[in-house]
Ligand binder design. Structure first.
Ligand SMILES: NC(=O)c1ccc[n+]([C@@H]2O[C@H](COP(=O)([O-])OP(=O)(O)OC[C@H]3O[C@@H](n4cnc5c(N)ncnc54)[C@H](OP(=O)(O)O)[C@@H]3O)[C@@H](O)[C@H]2O)c1
Length: 315
């Protein structure tokens, strides 16, 4: 079968012919329909992740959509986090108990683009972030997590959703996803940035933050007393210049979120909800479909930030 193979940490995968994987006890072989290239895939293959340097060669892809015995399923893998192969191949091994059945009317590529990005957005908003109807939410970034979070905040009953983006394209993506306003992150002037957030989202109750860094610190200035700040990524920076007086002065609650803490039923419930909203046409993220044979250039574009949207590989 054809597969993307990472031969060396830090190098993009290349296409190779491989034997079909032999499923371990409890595993099945999934006929892959779609596999997204996500920041987690890039991080794991870089060899610099907190999971350590991956054993090579391996097939990347921490999630995918495929079929097993005629059923369409979403499936996770631990590729790059633990020894074993992932979803960027014609066939992928997955644990039977991890499979999530999908409705017939869901588009496999659209669902693959949403995948764990939408799960993270949903769980960080509603579970960790305790979003309640009528609240105002700030969503940083308009990548896959950001686009999903804007729509999911609305679905959860947010009365106002304010997005933030650094580029004109990102700005347009935020509005297309349904944000009431999009704060431009095109300045390094902290006071100016904070003023933009405060003007756009006075009395914000929840900050959904996949960026960290200066954008997050500025956005906290718009949070109301007791406001919640959920960080789930560091796309802008690994550190954040927030002041103690901001945190304690408004009794803000800062929490971290990772999909890795979800139980299997929590993750399955979230994927099932995401699939339902996807099929209903109320949840989608911009994506581009790319043949698996072009994995090397697709991976490089996603890593360089030059892809305009989430890339989904199809075998
Ligand atoms: N904790 C979890 O379980 C979990 C799950 C999924 C994702 N994540 C994390 O969440 C983050 C976002 O994931 P994603 O899937 O949405 O990634 P993505 O689709 O690649 O989007 C990244 C976003 O970050 C923006 N960005 C990058 N650098 C920036 C900077 N210096 N200043 C302002 N904006 C910047 C990008 O803006 P442009 O569009 O202008 O390039 C883009 O909107 C990643 O760090 C990812 O690892 C965490």
């Amino acid at each position: 079968m054809r597969a993307a193979v990472v031969g060396r940490p830090g190098q993009p995968p290349s296409l190779a012919e491989r034997d079909e994987p032999s499923p371990a006890p409890g595993q099945v072989l999934v006929d892959v329909l779609a596999a997204p290239i996500t920041p987690l895939d890039l991080l794991c293959a870089s060899g610099t992740s907190y999971f350590g340097v991956p054993a090579v060669p391996y097939v990347p892809g921490v999630q995918g959509v495929g079929t097993v015995d005629g059923r369409t399923v979403w499936f996770p893998t631990t590729a790059g986090m633990a020894p074993g192969d992932g979803s960027m191949a014609g066939k992928a091994p997955a644990f039977e108990e991890d499979l999530v059945p999908l409705p017939d009317d869901v588009d496999p590529v659209a669902l693959a683009a949403l995948g764990l990005s939408a799960v993270a957005a949903h769980q960080a908003l509603t579970w960790r972030g305790e979003l309640t109807p009528g609240e105002c939410v700030i969503v940083l970034g308009t990548g896959a997590v950001g686009q999903a979070a804007i729509q999911l905040a609305r679905i959860a009953g947010a009365v106002r959703v304010v997005a933030a983006a650094r580029s004109a394209t990102g700005h347009a993506r935020g509005l297309a996803a349904g944000a009431d306003a999009v704060v431009s992150l095109d300045t390094t002037d902290f006071a100016e940035l904070a003023a933009r957030f405060t003007a756009a989202a006075p009395d914000a109750a929840l900050l959904l933050d996949p960026l960290f860094g200066a954008p997050a610190a500025a956005a906290t200035q718009a949070l109301r007393p007791g406001g919640r700040w959920v960080n789930l990524g560091g796309s802008a920076s690994e550190t954040c210049p927030v002041s103690s007086s901001t945190l304690r002065g408004r009794s803000l609650r800062l929490s971290g979120y990772t999909n890795n803490e979800l139980t299997r039923p929590q993750r399955a419930d979230a994927i099932t909800a995401v699939a339902r909203w996807s099929a209903q046409g109320v949840l989608a993220v911009d994506h581009e479909t790319v043949p698996l044979r072009d994995v090397t250039t697709a991976w490089q574009r996603q890593a360089a930030g030059s892809a305009q949207s989430r890339i989904v590989l199809v075998p």
